[in-house]
Design a protein around this ligand. Structure first.
Ligand SMILES: *[C@@H]1O[C@H](CO)[C@@H](O)[C@H](O)[C@H]1NC(C)=O
Ligand SMILES: *[C@@H]1O[C@H](CO)[C@@H](O)[C@H](O)[C@H]1NC(C)=O
Ligand SMILES: *[C@@H]1O[C@H](CO)[C@@H](O)[C@H](O)[C@H]1NC(C)=O
Ligand SMILES: *[C@@H]1O[C@H](CO)[C@@H](O)[C@H](O)[C@H]1NC(C)=O
Length: 307
């Protein structure tokens, strides 16, 4: 039983690695700067940034979180955030997790607790550092990520809703889905969540979010989340769980379903007025839903040009 899970997970890991090795580095030309001494770093995270030469006076900051077996610099090489930063004058922070096979800890109680001392605490401190060090606009702090980075995005907006203006992410799971798993790495985790077997009601999912920042009644970051229907690594039924969680937290119901939006085969599911929460189901797309930085920037409301 254990060995079946283990070898199944190894196969998944090998697939992910080979996909990434085979991938070209379309945006490989953007050099990151490594930042040290950015604050209390209980789990040994690394902070790298892309700061354009023409950075805005009070810049927006996008935190871009990598997938498992990845790194901040690989995520930068594969996606278009730095080129967009040159165009719009914002800063991109590419943190790296150096443990659990390069996954973000979205399973331990430590990391699922506000200021609990896990990865999420380190990321919180990175955000605070970015605001003070770069004079960033505290009202324009954004978080996004893929796979494990999307799982962590769900966790960060649940733990620190006051910190972020908006979030997007690709191919993740609801906040708390992996709670109690012995690990967040696909090799050692309890596969129930990734396999789509953690199925809760909207109320149950929402309660998890409420418990992550008890008593919080303020602004919550607007959230857009994407998932492929042919994802064999993180079951697409996790999109339904995320939808139940966040539509309940926001107290809004689905109001529209727009086919072929923003591209062929993607269905945009609109909740409420569409300004707080939307989900995209990408027909026939596997675990790697291509990051669309244009969609991200539109959702974040980043339109201003550089200084
Ligand atoms: C990357 O972003 C820039 C905007 O800064 C855009 O002009 C360019 O077309 C984008 N490239 C791709 C391949 O998305
Ligand atoms: C999780 O950690 C918090 C803070 O350290 C602690 O108060 C709480 O009891 C823990 N919960 C569980 C289920 O271990
Ligand atoms: C989750 O539970 C609901 C209600 O019992 C059920 O209708 C739905 O099919 C289940 N979904 C999954 C993915 O198991
Ligand atoms: C990305 O999203 C934008 C709108 O948000 C859309 O216009 C564009 O076609 C999308 N890019 C791709 C490659 O689908």
């Amino acid at each position: 039983m254990f060995s079946r899970v283990f070898f199944g997970s190894l196969a998944v890991a090998a697939t992910l690695l080979s996909q990434q090795c085979a991938a070209k580095f379309p945006f490989g030309g953007y050099q990151l700067e490594t930042v040290n001494n950015w604050g209390d770093n209980p789990t040994g995270l690394e902070m790298q940034i892309y700061k354009p030469g023409n950075v805005a006076e009070k810049p927006a900051v996008i935190f871009a979180l990598h997938f498992c077996f990845g790194s901040g610099s690989l995520y930068n090489d594969l996606n278009n955030y730095s080129e967009q930063a040159d165009e719009h004058g914002f800063i991109v922070v590419f943190p790296s997790s150096l443990h659990e096979n390069g996954c973000w800890d979205v399973s331990s109680n430590t990391s699922l607790t506000r200021f609990g001392g896990g990865d999420s605490t380190g990321l919180f401190n990175m955000v605070k550092f970015a605001i003070s060090e770069y004079g960033a606009d505290p009202a324009q702090i954004f978080v996004t990520g893929s796979s494990s980075g999307c799982m962590m995005t769900n966790v960060m907006i649940a733990l620190y809703p006051d910190l972020f203006a908006a979030a997007t992410c690709y191919s993740g799971v609801a906040a708390g889905c992996l709670a109690g798993s012995p690990s967040s790495s696909p090799i050692f985790s309890d596969p129930a969540c990734a396999n789509g077997n953690v199925n809760k009601t909207g109320e149950q999912w929402a309660q998890i979010v409420y418990n992550m920042d008890p008593g919080y009644k303020g602004h919550r970051p607007k959230f857009a989340t994407l998932h492929g229907t042919a994802d064999t690594v993180v079951s697409p039924s996790n999109l339904d769980q995320e939808i139940k969680q966040w539509s309940t937290v926001f107290g809004i119901k689905q109001t529209a379903s727009n086919p072929n939006t923003p591209q062929q085969g993607y269905t945009q599911l609109v909740f409420g007025t569409g300004t707080q929460f939307v989900a995209y189901s990408a027909a026939g797309v596997g675990h790697t839903v291509p990051v669309n930085t244009t969609l991200d920037l539109e959702w974040f409301g980043i339109t201003s040009n550089a200084a």
